[in-house]
Every structure is written in structure tokens, then in C-alpha cells.
Design a binder for this molecule. Sequence first.
Ligand code: AMP
Ligand code: MG
Length: 416
Amino acid sequence: MTQSTSGGDAGRNFLSVADARSLILDALSPIDGWERVAVRAALGRVLARDVIAPYNVPAHDNSAMDGYAVRAADLASDAETALAVVGTAFAGRPFSGIVGPGQAVRIMTGAAIPQGADTIVVQEVARREHDRVFVPTGQKRGQNLRHAGEDLAEGSIALAAGTLCGPAELGLIASLGIAEVVVQRRLRVAFFSTGDEIASIGRPLAPGEVYDSNRYTLFGALSRLGCELLDMGVIPDEPAALEAAFRDASLAADVIITSGGVSVGEADFIREMMARMGEVSFWKLAIKPGRPMAFGRIGKATLFGLPGNPVAVLVTFYQFVQDALLTLMGVTPLPPAERFAVRADFALRKQPGRVEYLRGRLQRDGAELSVAIAGAQGSGVLRSMSEADCFIVLPEDCTAVQPGDAVFVQPFNGLV
Ligand code: AMP
Ligand code: MG
């Protein structure tokens, strides 16, 4: 394991974001198990087998435009050509005859190209007089034709195993006449919050307590990924309860996600319990917010012990956990992290040594995008996430940002 050293926190070894991501992703492979589902039910699911085109799409050469199907050989190069219109080809109702020399067929978009014809003249340039059509010069042989198999050739891979199905994939599967596909089974994820001060909603807070928000943000993020959820509630910092929770979760789920109790030097039993029950590494990440994180296994389940602070939960979820879950779900290749540079509309000083994920708001100024800071940036201030529409990612070695500097942003709409 490579560790990078933080300049900001003297002498302590911090694990870089990139190294932590590779340690996690290298340790994981897709879960076993698949099911056959109807096309609509494949939305948000991952294909477990290639979808093969059973025939050409489109099935036959057809017209890309409304116009006239003609024979290029008939067309004079130096003058308008008059052709006899001998019939009409509609989409779904082909012209059954043959287009002979000196003839043309009126044709609609999507209609099969009649036998004998090889070129489509668009109706806008053709001049029609009763049963004759006049075609101007300048037509090219084969123009405005869509060829059989141009979209997909029979026997080719239409969609590869590992594809996460969205609207386009559902349509593509249906366009092949396929009614059912084989998808990976859903990933089972158990999650719970920890901490004596954490109260569930539905009752008044006692002094010193805070309401559990992490279980709700995790519910939202995990639901969007299409996981099967096992919400185990709030577990107090108490050995017997924690042990039972970890045991139950590891038996029932592929993945266990906890929040809270992983930072050093607290009266938290959760680290001890994780270490005792499984093989778990406790990391100090070169990231802000979200420094402490645990990763490993308990029984057969993959464990993510996320920090307790609500913003840190979402930052670590999106930077580490989401791609890990997609990997377990069998998604290949992983979608590339969407990230681009825009102008900063703020000034800021920063300690070197950690990647900082600020919450930002993109602003449009004419054609140019810039980004402002969204609200107070404390790692407990969840409102900053809600007001933001992107992370502003400041690299480890960055020490200051001036207005007008280029900074990288990761838009939330790129997150699954
Ligand atoms: P910890 O990582 O357990 O030290 O928690 C760090 C901070 O996050 C503390 O202020 C906790 O009260 C808070 N916190 C931990 N878990 C939750 C939760 N489930 N919902 C809201 N805040 C939490
Ligand atoms: Mg705690």
C-alpha cells in the first residue's frame, strides 16, 4: 500500500484519494447471481450477458427522407431528368414492383427501398407534374439511404454484459424484438448509524442528542443505485448491540455501510468491534471532509465504515463507495468521473496535504461557467450539500484560490 504524506498534518501518514480508490476497487469483483427480467424491469439493472442482435437493424435498406426513389444511372449530369412515377412506398407498406429505367417511386421516410432503385431524391428539390417528376442535376448515387444493419449487424453485440441499462438501452433491446434480458441480481446493502447521541426521527431530542440524518442520505444514494436495502436503524455504542448488528448484517448482505465511530481517540467501540469481527483497515484519508474511513470485510460482506459527519458521509460515499458498489454490481467499464474546470468566483486559503471537496454552485455568465461556494462549509452542515450542485475539488498541493483561477468541479447531476 502506498501512502502519501500530508504536508498539513506534520509527520502523519495519510492515504491519498487515488490510492484509497485503487485499494478498494482492486479488492472487489462482481457478485454472483442473475435473473431474467422483462425489458422495462431492466431499467437501472446491469446486464449479466451480452445482448446479441438477432437480425439486422434496420432490417432492410430504407429511405432517410421523404422524396422519390430513383435509379442513379437514369439521371443526366447536365440537365433536369423527367421520370415516370409508377407507385408509392410507405413505411410499413412497401412498393412491390420493380423500378425500371426512366421510372421513379414516391417514397416516405423509413419505407423500404424498392427493387431497382438505388438513390433517394428529396421532395424539396424534385418538381412533380401529374405522373412525372423532374429531378435536378447534382444528385449522388446512394444518397439519403439507410442501409440494412447500419445500426446493428445481425449477430453483433448490441449491448455488452456489464452495461447499466438506462432509457436508451431499454429502447435498443426493444428495437431488437427482445422481450427479456438476463441481469445481475440486486446488490444487498445493510446499513446502520452508530453513536449514543444519535436519535431516530419520531421522538423529541434529549439534551445532547442529534437526529440521525446519515441513514436517510444513505437510503437516498443507495436507492438510486438500485440496491436492495436492509436499514438496520441506529445502533448504540454498546458492544453486544454492535456485535449482533455486524453479525446479522454480514449474514444477510453483500455490503455493510456504517456511519460514525471510525475516528481515532473517541469512546467508540465500533472500531474495536470491526477489527475483532473481520479484516478491516482503518484509514486516515488525505481528504476533507471525511478523513477517517474503515474498509474491509466482515465474513463475506464488504464493509465501509464511513465517518459520522453528515457531509463527510456523502463525500466519501460519492468518492469511494459508489464506484465500489457499481463494481460489485458488475458494471464495466465504470463511468468516468465527470469533472471539468471552471472559473472560481471566490477567494480561499487552504492547508496543503488533503484534497478538499467544497460544496459549490455553478453560475452561468453568458457562455462562461463559474463556481461559487455554497453556504457554510463545516462538515456537519448538510445544508451546504443541499444548496450545492457540485463539488469543487481542490487538489492536495493547492494552498490558495483567487477569483478567476481555474478550479475543477464535479457536478452532482453526474452522480448516479
Ligand atoms: P463520529 O464520527 O462518530 O465521531 O461523529 C462525528 C460527528 O457526526 C458527531 O458530531 C456526530 O454526532 C455526528 N454524527 C454521527 N452519526 C450521525 C448521524 N447518523 N446523523 C447525524 N449526525 C451524525
Ligand atoms: Mg460517534
